[in-house]
Ligand binder design. Structure first.
Ligand SMILES: Nc1ncnc2c1ncn2[C@@H]1O[C@H](COP(=O)(O)OP(=O)(O)OP(=O)(O)O)[C@@H](O)[C@H]1O
Ligand SMILES: [Mg+2]
Length: 240
């Protein structure tokens, strides 16, 4: 089976002050094989983040199946796994990089990455070495390592976010607009990072605003408008 198989996924939200339930996204189907990178494109509000958040189980789907081939549990429906299983998956198998850095306050950049490793059961020494390796790899200046990230630039926060998610070597990595609001040079760095991840066999689902950025990076593109999954080369330029 594929690494991820999404069948007839749908999610509604209740707008309480209007006493109305509105579909955010419906009838989503796509399949992702191990080692593949799928890019999701579509207009703002079309439900891209809702799909990623449901895979990570920040949201519970209303319809459909999100079958994931877990290293630990075998094939499971992410909509139905227990909280305990989901915590395990978030710790060891599924990484999520949001466009916002949402971390514990008064914790240094170095400590945040180290904590991610310790959480996985690595020893203090391995965590220390791996943290420095990751921060160097993602080009975070060593003078920032012992600072609090609340003052970091957008690009620095993003690279820390990616470092925290990838030191765990997730089997599946979800990226929500990792290039939003970055300048061209920082975007290029993100691209290189994603290429490195791909080369180490990580399976990825990413949301991107500009399709040019994805060119040559994604294997397939899922278009929210047409609901079609196409190999990246066939994709027409998306107009937002
Ligand atoms: N927690 C929530 N409560 C109510 N409505 C929500 C919630 N999360 C998302 N929505 C709604 O669901 C729809 C899809 O939102 P989503 O964030 O998935 O869109 P998106 O495609 O990621 O957009 P963007 O490109 O702007 O990030 C929107 O209409 C949004 O207002
Ligand atoms: Mg979004």
């Amino acid at each position: 089976m594929a690494m991820l198989e999404i069948t007839d996924f749908g999610k509604r939200f209740t707008i309480h002050h209007l006493s109305k339930t509105m579909p955010a996204v419906e009838h989503i189907n796509f399949t992702l094989d191990a080692g593949e990178f799928i890019g999701i494109v579509g207009k703002s509000g079309s439900g891209k983040s809702t799909i990623l958040k449901s895979i990570y189980r920040t949201y519970l789907p209303d319809t459909g199946k999100l079958l994931y081939d877990s290293g630990r549990f075998g094939i499971i429906d992410l909509a139905k796994v227990t909280e305990r299983q989901m915590l395990y998956l978030r710790k060891y198998e599924i990484g999520y990089v949001s466009q916002f850095l949402n971390v514990m306050p008064r914790t240094t950049c170095r400590q945040l990455v180290t904590n991610a490793l310790l959480e996985m059961g690595e020893s203090e020494e391995v965590a220390r070495v791996e943290t420095e390796r990751a921060l160097t790899h993602f080009e975070l200046d060593s003078k920032l390592w012992d600072s609090y990230p609340n003052t970091f630039s957008g690009g620095e926060k993003l690279r820390l976010n990616i470092a925290m998610a990838t030191v765990k070597k997730p089997r599946l990595l979800l990226l929500d607009e990792p290039t939003a609001s970055l300048d061209q040079q920082s975007k290029e760095k993100v691209r290189q990072i994603i290429e490195k991840l791909k080369n180490t066999g990580t399976t990825l689902v990413g949301i991107f605003h500009d399709i040019e950025f994805m060119e040559g990076l994604c294997d397939k593109v899922f278009d929210m408008q047409t609901r079609q999954l196409t190999t990246a080369k066939e994709t027409a330029v998306y107009e937002s």
